[in-house]
Design a binder for this molecule. Structure first.
Ligand code: FES
Length: 148
């Protein structure tokens, strides 16, 4: 399996890694098959622009690279633009992913959506076109053991 140079670059030098102290929204998603977990923090201003974004990912190289790229793609964007950042867009920006790694980019899309959902819930607003996260992981579920 070969990763593109772009994937290796973002894996070796991840952008926006870390967390935000006072985020507007946080989304944590996981993939039950590989056990990887991705969390995205958003800082959104009153006009709906993403001022800052950070991620924490416990996962494979592709998961780290897609988190890094996804945060770059939504930074400074309006909520509506961030919503349009699909896993395909993340894959394209990374010059592609090996087929067995495409699910890793899906995690990035889902994490952004989950963070936007959290933001909308906190603000009591509805974001047009945003669906509730499928596999959002809540803080207190994280230690639970699962049998695969
Ligand atoms: Fe699961 Fe990459 S192998 S996120």
């Amino acid at each position: 399996m070969a990763y593109s140079e772009m994937v290796m670059e973002h894996f070796n030098n991840p952008r926006n890694m870390g967390e935000l102290d006072d985020p507007s929204g946080v989304g944590t998603v996981g993939n039950a098959q590989c056990g990887d977990i991705m969390r995205i923090y958003l800082d959104i201003d009153d006009d709906g622009y993403i001022q800052d974004v950070k991620f924490k990912t416990f996962g494979c190289a592709a998961a780290v690279a897609t988190s890094s790229m996804a945060t770059e793609l939504v930074k400074g964007k309006h909520i509506s633009e961030a919503l349009a950042v699909t896993n395909q867009a993340v894959c394209d920006a990374l010059d592609g992913l090996p087929p067995v790694k495409v699910h890793c980019s899906l995690l990035a899309e889902e994490a952004i959506h989950a963070a936007l959902w959290d933001y909308a819930e906190r603000e009591g607003i509805t974001i047009e076109g945003l669906k509730p996260p499928k596999n959002d992981i809540h803080e207190d579920d994280e230690d639970e053991e699962e049998d695969y």
